[in-house]
Ligand binder design. Structure first.
Ligand code: ATR
Length: 272
């Protein structure tokens, strides 16, 4: 049976085995997918062990996405721009790397009827999560994509990677002076309990608010957006399933339906 896994630390919380086994069922593929807890200094060894056991592919999550990139023989354009890899494919003695987070985000926005084309998009944060979604967002031809970050130089460094794109970097203060159609939170501020320093006036009733994280309750950013009657308030569960669907397609050549798995995951989140 073809074997796949997800490498990470911690990894117990990962929903990837559930998602991929569900995809396998609905597409009638036969495969095994498991979690693999990796010691912080043991990533290369873990990957080589898995290849030796005839593993066909793997997902990679924190904190190994950059390290995964450096192990690859070949990288897609998306992976090169994002500086990280979340999908490894082991084939013909080579390691192929891709990143599917950004396509997962874009597909989730489109599935929620959010039109990115010609929109003014604000991306909050300039860490790994943010870097991984810039190219797929630009491919949708927004009117503008503004990256705001506490440390502005990190946002500027992302912008410098691109030429001839409607892309800019700024501080939160500068972002607060502008208007946006879509605001995407890619900071970890919500997770740490700190508020994101954007002003309420930015969240208008015509604004779509997206948070890349998810939980049983709405994230603090999305709670605020809901209070302010934002047009659409979307958490990152669809992005999670969407990135997995892209990985599954890369490995198996079949694109699984996202909705049934998303529905099951949402139900299991609510039961907790
Ligand atoms: P990830 O891989 O999840 O993106 P990361 O690379 O550590 O994680 O990036 C975290 C992001 O959240 C960064 O943009 C960080 O801002 P800085 O670059 O200025 O550190 C942002 N962030 C974390 N805590 C924050 C807070 N309290 N307020 C605003 N931004 C915050």
């Amino acid at each position: 049976m073809d074997k796949y896994c997800v490498f990470g630390n911690p990894i117990k919380q990962s929903r990837s085995p559930f998602i991929h086994q569900s995809f396998a069922k609905t597409t009638k593929q036969i495969l095994h997918y498991e979690t693999c807890l990796v010691e912080l200094d043991g990533f290369t060894e873990a990957v080589n062990d898995f290849i030796a056991k005839e593993g066909k592919g793997a997902n990679v999550t924190a904190p190994f996405k950059e390290q995964a990139m450096s192990m690859c023989d070949e990288l897609t354009e998306h992976a090169k721009f994002s500086g990280a890899v979340n999908t490894l494919t082991f084939k013909n003695g080579k390691i192929y790397g891709d990143t599917t987070d950004g396509v997962g985000l874009v597909n989730d926005l489109l599935a929620n009827n959010v039109c990115i084309k010609n929109s003014r998009v604000l991306l909050l944060g300039a860490g790994g999560a943010s870097k991984g979604v810039v190219l797929p967002l630009l491919n949708q031809m927004p009117k503008s994509l503004t990256i705001a970050n506490r440390t502005v130089s990190k946002a500027e460094a992302i912008v410098e990677q691109y030429t001839d794109q409607p892309l800019s970097a700024c501080s939160f203060d500068k972002a607060n002076e502008q208007e946006f159609d879509i605001i995407i939170n890619a900071t970890s501020a919500g997770l740490t309990g700190h508020g994101i320093p954007i002003e309420e006036k930015l969240i208008t009733p015509s604004c779509v608010c997206y948070d890349m994280t998810y939980g049983k309750e709405l994230t603090p950013f999305l709670q605020k957006a809901q209070e302010l009657n934002a047009k659409n308030v979307i958490d990152g569960l669809g992005m999670l399933v969407g990135q997995a669907a892209e990985s599954f397609d890369i490995w198996r050549g079949v694109k699984p339906a996202v909705d049934p798995v998303l529905h099951d995951l949402r139900a299991s989140l609510n039961e907790r």
